[in-house]
Design a binder for this molecule. Structure first.
Ligand SMILES: *Cc1c(COP(=O)(O)O)cnc(C)c1O
Length: 432
């Protein structure tokens, strides 16, 4: 480990990348826009560690933004991918692993009877919205601020200024016509939701929610929130979509719906079920899923959907996860990290709060609990930036944004956790 700490080679690579790729990256948050500096270019990874092209070693808490619950390059997953590659990487015809992975998902996720595989989380949520619109004959959907559902037009909507009732595009290029059909409410706030539902009576096809909000750090659902959504959906003939792209197979084997015992009509999945390869999925009751082509008339397709490499990797991960004791071990490590960070905060005496659900954890630089996006003060960003760079310099790789969760994997050892806590004490000092 040579963390001296130089990123010379990464800087050179970044300059080359910027010339031919917008911002030098293929997904915006990788560019370090929120924290400044140059992103390390990663050359390899193993277990809990990633290595950059300058030879620096880091304990990784991004884990590819969620998929790598077993850690990097897990031998069983690597073997499955190699084996699949040797047999051919894509056929555009049915394969055994597709139904084996589907069976695993159906077995694990309580509300899913049938599931369709796609190639990303974005594709899963986008397709789920088409399906609920077809099933209800309604156009409007309702989402919550701070929840992320991929980059399809319908979701790139923020609450409009003044009236909560009309959404505004959160990106140029999103037609106003599309956003008119997306309603936005604050997370964990059933009163705002009730107002939106009564203003749009009989028009809302679905409510889509991250059952644990993991794209604004880590915000658990308030007691009664998910149950409240279910109740309101039933009353209004509205469908409930749980976007479990992050929480699926992470907060429990059966996802957040198992953990909180609230059943959605449709579940979207991604990340973990692809074991680090491009996958997404959406599923629900058989009758509803049979509305999709070729059985029904709701069109949705994909050249690489159910790709052999991805399904092999996904199956290998789910098989590992279904072994006894995995979630207990993950909980233990995650709880150790949480308690250690809380101790560190008390030692250093900074205003900070730790929120955690299972192996999703966020350290917010504020002393108040976060229940919705609007609770996060702007001041967190500057303090996180200092904390982040101090951690990076000392070999801990965190998400380059104050609004992201830490992902703990089964590859994180108790020594990794101890080192992380120790470095945090110093970084918390720096955060002031
Ligand atoms: C990552 C994510 C998506 C989008 O998945 P991609 O594979 O990046 O398209 C959708 N929903 C949630 C909750 C996510 O975290």
């Amino acid at each position: 480990m040579t963390n001296g700490f130089s990123l010379q080679r990464s800087e050179e690579f970044f300059r080359k990348a910027e010339k031919v790729i917008p911002g030098g990256v293929n997904s915006p948050v990788r560019a370090f826009g929120a924290v400044g500096g140059t992103p390390p270019f990663i050359s390899s990874a193993k277990g809990s560690k990633i290595y950059d092209v300058d030879g620096n070693e880091y304990i990784d808490y991004v884990c590819s933004w969620g998929p790598l619950i077993l850690g990097h390059a897990h031998p069983v997953v690597v073997a499955a991918i190699k084996d699949a590659a040797e047999k051919g990487s894509s056929f555009g015809a049915p394969t055994e692993n597709e139904f084996l992975l589907a069976e695993k998902i159906v077995e694990a996720v309580p509300s899913i009877e049938k599931v369709r595989l796609v190639s990303s989380g974005t594709e899963a949520t986008m397709s789920a919205v088409r399906l609920v619109r077809a099933a209800t004959g309604r156009d409007k959907i309702l989402k919550f601020t701070g929840c992320y559902h991929g980059h399809a037009d319908s979701f790139l909507v923020q609450a409009g200024s003044g009236a909560l009732t009309l959404g505004e595009p959160s990106s140029p290029g999103v037609p106003i016509g599309v956003t008119a059909d997306t309603l936005v409410a604050p997370y964990n706030d059933l009163d705002s939701l009730d107002k939106l539902l009564s203003d749009n009576k009989g028009e809302v096809a679905a409510i889509i929610v991250e059952p644990v909000a993991a794209n604004m750090g880590c915000v658990p659902p308030k007691e009664g929130f998910l149950e409240g959504l279910r109740e309101r959906c039933d009353l209004n003939g509205t469908m409930l979509i749980f976007d479990e792209v992050i929480t699926g197979f992470r907060v429990a084997f059966g996802g957040a719906q198992e953990l909180y015992d609230v059943m959605p009509d449709i579940t979207t999945l991604g990340k973990i079920i692809g074991g680090g390869l491009p996958v997404g999925a959406y599923g629900g009751k058989a009758e509803l899923m049979d509305m999709i082509a070729p059985v029904g008339s709701v069109y949705q397709a994909g050249t690489l959907s159910g790709n052999p490499l991805a399904t092999s990797a996904g199956l290998a991960v789910l098989n590992e996860l279904s072994k006894p004791g995995t979630y207990e071990k993950l909980e233990q490590r995650s709880s150790d990290l949480e308690l250690g960070l809380i101790d560190a905060i008390e030692t250093v005496k900074v205003d900070a709060t730790v929120q955690r659900v299972g192996s999703l954890l966020c350290l917010y630089f504020t002393d108040k609990p976060i229940k919705k996006l609007e609770d996060i003060p702007d001041s967190v960003s500057g303090r996180y930036k200092r904390y982040f760079h101090s951690m990076l310099d000392s070999g801990i790789y965190l998400a380059p944004s104050a609004y992201e969760a830490m992902f703990i994997s089964l590859a994180h050892s108790s020594e990794d956790i101890e080192v992380t806590i120790k470095k945090s004490v110093f970084a918390l000092e720096k955060s002031r």
